[in-house]
Write a protein that binds this ligand. Structure first.
Ligand code: AMP
Length: 382
């Protein structure tokens, strides 16, 4: 039995090992996270993951990103004259995750627990289940991502408490206030923005790089697709580096050429400069946190723990802003990319009995959810 975090940007699959401990299973290329990217041309082979993501810059019409945004929507995606439902395309990702894991472990499991955002409605949950079925999988349960995170942290086994799960990924942000303990988990409120995430940080940094390059070199590159996609990649790398160090070098050899020959791009950025650029976006997430707390009718001071989920919570300014807001250090002991998938695996272990002493977690029916505030522009693919 597997636990799968089927993410907008990346997906992760985990299993409970024989020793009862959860473990992420690497994909065929050795990656612990698999981009939720799909590439297909002439409707022959479907390429999923890192290689599909790389195709986006070169062949965007045959590359599908962020299909999760369309789950539950009555929309079709046309690729080379053939129409696919979001469920069918998500099924390709799920199948690839399970196939890679089975191959790696030399087994043939097809039972899964899949996570969804707490704000997903019935339609979106059913679509996710259907995606699993199309992939030939038996979907044992759909559980909320924040609940999975809480499970991974073992919070269900302690005394009841109210927690905040702050999830900032590549393209989406959501925050949930949960009451958890004594084997139940209630989602009190959720808020977020389905168009806010680390991709925005990359975009802002890319624009900064382009502006400086054009100003200093006098060469215009904003209309050069390949140059722009290389800058995007360099921006994401620099962003990640700035999570570890106080400055980063951005070097792209032969980014373009002018009448004198090849032109290189070479810049340095300080963490403080980057933080200034993204501060408005980070503040937007804090406003959502305020909304979620207000809707939950729970006092901020009664929130005993803040869990960080999603790759973008590695950004120091994000951590600092949350800490300032709550007056508490958020818990980031577990890998923010993997915590949801680990929680899904734990849920699968609870279901099949390989993890004892836990009766049940989550299964928060939609009607129990007190409030959801989302700024979303549901529908468009990136
Ligand atoms: P997720 O959707 O949770 O997989 O998160 C993906 C996002 O996390 C992407 O925007 C990544 O660029 C971002 N990310 C990954 N590692 C880091 C890091 N070390 N610092 C800042 N952002 C990161």
């Amino acid at each position: 039995m597997y636990g799968i975090d089927l993410g907008t940007t990346n997906s992760v699959i985990s299993i409970i090992d024989n020793d009862g401990k959860p473990r992420v299973i690497e994909n065929k290329n050795g990656g612990r996270i698999t981009p939720s990217a799909i590439f297909t041309k002439d409707n022959k082979e479907f390429v999923i993951g890192e290689n599909a993501k790389k195709k986006y810059g070169m062949d965007p019409t045959h590359t599908i990103l962020s299909i999760k945004r369309l789950m539950g929507a009555n929309e079709k995606i046309k690729i080379d004259e053939i129409e696919y439902s979001p469920e069918e395309l998500s099924a390709k990702i799920l199948r690839k995750m399970v196939d890679d894991a089975n191959e790696k472990l030399g087994i043939n499991y097809n039972q899964v627990v899949i996570t969804v955002p707490a704000y997903f409605d019935d339609n979106q949950r059913n679509a996710t289940k259907k995606a699993g079925e199309i992939a030939g999988l038996e979907v044992l349960r759909i559980i909320n991502e924040p609940t999975a995170a809480a499970l991974a942290y073992g919070l269900d086994q302690r005394e009841p408490r109210t927690i905040c799960v702050y999830d900032l990924g590549g393209g989406t942000f959501d925050v949930s206030i949960l009451t958890i303990g004594e084997n139940i988990c209630e989602v009190n409120s959720t808020a977020g923005n389905t168009r806010l995430g680390g991709d925005d940080f990359d975009e802002i940094l890319s624009k900064w790089i382009i502006d400086i390059f054009e100003r200093d070199s006098g060469v215009l590159i904003s209309n050069q697709t390949v140059a722009i996609s290389r800058i995007r990649e360099a921006a994401e790398n620099a962003k990640k580096q700035l999570s570890e160090s106080n400055e980063a070098d951005i070097i792209i050899p032969f980014i373009t050429q002018d009448e004198n020959g090849p032109v290189n791009l070479e810049l340095n950025i300080k963490r403080s400069e980057f933080e200034e650029m993204i501060s408005e976006k980070v503040q937007e997430t804090i406003e959502c946190v305020k909304n979620a707390i207000e809707d939950s009718k729970i006092n901020k001071s009664d929130i005993s723990e803040i869990l960080l989920v999603g790759g973008s919570t590695r950004t120091p300014l994000v951590q600092k802003s949350i800490e300032e807001f709550f007056g508490k250090t958020p818990n980031r002991n577990l890998n923010p990319d993997e915590v949801v998938s680990i929680g899904a695996a734990i849920q699968s272990g609870i279901i099949n009995g390989s993890i004892e002493n836990i009766i049940l977690a989550d299964v928060t029916p939609l009607t129990d959810r007190k409030s959801t505030r989302l700024n979303s522009s549901h529908g468009k693919l990136t």
